[in-house]
Design a protein around this ligand. Structure first.
Ligand code: BTN
Length: 247
């Protein structure tokens, strides 16, 4: 029988499960593991932002060593967004879409964010360690004012512990499979099918540059193919976008 790569550690409260994973790796030499918390006091988001983590949610981070170089971080995160969307849908019956790069949306509100951190040259062969943090808003209210129009929950009232456990179990099992097949796993067609930005008019934010464009495709590496207002085609590999609402 195949041995599970991941042991799961659970805490009621932590600062950040990504930090738990980092400490386990840097201070205790752990190579693989899953760190789960019921709540976080200092949840981290992308681009140095914080991630609100005080409602009934799943806050978990997966630590693993990989031969994939740090340049594959987008590929890993994109594949994980498909995995998490599929698990949520299977367990809850609720259909979630993906907003490029890797935010999951349910009924126009963000219900899940993913933050991947890479620790380069972490073993004698120069391979990196990856930490993939996943935050899922399950149920509850009380989002801070600035998030009220953006963040949402999967369940209006409450969620059972069984559903929570099933989602965590599904993600851990999916990770085992994903890491064995990342090079040959065709997640991009599933990613395209779940995209909520394909065909949409968007605004792109890259550093100080803000411009409008239309999304015409997602390439095989997860890049966003856009057509600018001047009619030029470009591929975005990073940055932020918002969907423009038509009047
Ligand atoms: C984002 O939307 O900007 C990414 C948010 C990632 C949040 C998760 S919650 C579990 C893990 N621990 C953290 O501190 N962050 C990630």
């Amino acid at each position: 029988m195949k041995k599970n790569r991941f042991s799961v550690w659970h805490k009621e409260l932590t600062d950040s499960t990504n930090e738990d994973a980092k400490r386990a790796f840097l201070e205790n030499g752990l190579e693989n593991g899953v760190f789960v918390a019921d709540a976080q006091t200092a949840g981290k988001g992308r681009r140095g932002r914080s991630f609100y983590s005080a409602i009934d949610g799943i806050y978990m981070s997966v630590l693993f060593q990989s031969e994939l170089g740090p340049e594959k971080v987008v590929k890993v995160t994109t594949a994980v967004s498909v995995l998490v969307a599929e698990v949520i849908e299977r367990v809850t019956g609720k259909s979630v879409g993906i907003k490029w790069v890797n935010d999951l949306y349910y009924r126009n509100y963000k219900v899940c964010g993913i933050l991947t951190e890479v620790i380069p040259n972490s073993d004698p062969n120069g391979h990196p360690a990856y930490i993939v943090g996943i935050g899922i808003n399950l149920a509850g209210t009380g989002f801070p004012e600035e998030l009220k129009n953006i963040a949402g929950v999967l369940y209006e009232e409450s969620v059972t512990p069984e559903i929570k456990q099933e989602i965590i179990k599904g993600i851990v099992a999916g990770f085992e499979n994903l890491l064995d097949h990342l090079e040959d796993y065709d997640y991009i067609s599933a990613y395209r099918a779940r995209s909520i930005v394909l065909g949409q008019e968007i605004t792109c934010y890259e550093g100080n540059c803000v411009r409008n464009a239309k999304v015409v495709d997602i390439d095989d590496d997860g890049g966003l193919v856009i057509e600018t207002e001047e009619g030029a085609r470009e591929v975005l590999r990073s940055g932020e976008i918002t969907i423009r609402v038509k009047n």
